[in-house]
Design a protein around this ligand. Structure first.
Ligand code: HEC
Ligand code: HEC
Length: 304
């Protein structure tokens, strides 16, 4: 029965799977995005004045967090690994369990969470209605009173800037670069073994939900799965399939942050979700393919 369900699942997924497509940069409002940078890096919005978005989405670590879980205000530890904000704009839903429909709604999470920034809308509005923000906002939004909604709007505009085009793989797709023999074999394995069933589309993921442990289960924390919001049995241990773009930069891996080594993550995926024991050579090849998904870092200086 179990195997039947798995095969049906894979066939349905395969028949509708989307190949990997290159990503583009998005048109943005520069003035808003520039303001968004200031907001993203400013810790005065948090309750203890010490935590900004960038505390957990660190530019030097692929805009993710190198720690297993992040620390929020007063050193409070989170429960789940911080994903990258790079290319998040292309994810069909936000957060590991997809509880927010878009980037705009997502901002309500960290700003209000008592173990992240612990702020209220009033606290944020107080700051953006004082200098240096007051006039910066008024110049863009042209209102007497600056609102939390404007704060969200400016950060989202900045997040739209955080895309990473021109990875080696995208250039290959566009016929502007060639993959090495190993990279190409790695890509073929990625397709043939079935990784692409879940990790596909623009973000090589980020466009569907899947269970972790489809074939084999491993001991994991399984915190904040889809079940925790839908309470449907089918959503137990289900998460948004993460994007594999820039994956080499965003260790540790999985929602638990349990795995530091990308090769171990590849092996684990093969075992848990495909029921295959990839050997060292195969893992090495897939690894080399995954490295070609690192794109060009957004140049924040170009906005300033
Ligand atoms: C204390 C650490 C912390 C802070 C501060 C923080 N985040 Fe996050 N961020 C996380 C964690 C952890 C998650 C995953 C939460 C989950 O899935 O339940 C996350 C998820 C996200 C996502 C979803 C990405 C995806 O692929 O689903 C975005 C976008 C994001 N954060 C943007 C922001 C912005 C913007 C701010 C500032 C307003 C911010 N974060 C502040 C830790 C943090
Ligand atoms: C049936 C769907 C499915 C298949 C097939 C699949 N994955 Fe995944 N993958 C997921 C899900 C869901 C997660 C998130 C799991 C978690 O965090 O608990 C994930 C996570 C990952 C991660 C960690 C990402 C991060 O940001 O932490 C890597 C790397 C990865 N997969 C690579 C692969 C490779 C390589 C293959 C093929 C050998 C593969 N996946 C096959 C669904 C799948």
């Amino acid at each position: 029965m179990k195997i039947f369900i798995i095969i049906t699942f894979l066939l349905t997924a395969l028949s509708s799977y989307d190949i990997i497509t290159p990503i583009k940069t998005l048109k943005i409002n520069k003035a808003k995005a520039k303001l968004g940078i200031d907001l993203f890096f400013d810790s005065s919005f948090s309750k203890d004045g010490k935590i900004s978005c960038a505390s957990c989405h660190q530019p030097g670590y692929g805009w993710a967090d190198p720690r297993k879980v992040s620390a929020g205000i007063y050193g409070r530890k989170g429960v789940i690994q911080s994903p990258t904000v790079l290319n998040a704009v292309y994810n069909f839903k936000q957060m590991w369990n997809g509880r927010f429909k878009d980037l705009y709604e997502q901002i309500n999470g960290p700003t209000h969470d008592s173990s992240e920034m612990g702020a209220t809308n009033e606290h944020i509005e107080k700051i953006i209605n004082k200098e240096p923000y007051k006039s910066k906002f008024q110049k863009i939004y042209k209102k007497d009173y600056n609102t939390y909604k404007m704060f969200q709007n400016a950060i989202v505009e900045f997040e739209k800037f955080l895309t990473t085009p021109d990875s080696k793989f995208d250039l290959y797709l566009k016929g502007k670069d060639v993959l090495s023999k190993d990279e190409k074999r790695g890509y073929e394995l990625f397709v043939k073994t079935g990784c692409i069933v879940c990790h596909n589309g623009k973000n090589v993921g980020g466009n569907n939900f899947s269970k972790i442990g489809v074939v084999n289960n491993k001991k994991m924390a399984f915190v904040r799965d889809r079940y925790s919001i839908t309470h449907k049995k089918i959503d137990i241990h289900v998460y948004k399939v993460p994007s594999l773009r820039n994956i080499a930069l965003t260790s540790p891996y999985f929602h638990t942050g349990d795995i530091k080594d990308l090769k171990v993550a590849i092996r684990t995926m093969g075992y848990m979700n495909l029921g295959v024991d990839l050997d060292d050579k195969q893992i090495e090849l897939i690894y080399k393919f995954l490295l070609t998904l690192t794109g060009k870092s957004p140049d924040i200086g170009s906005l300033r």
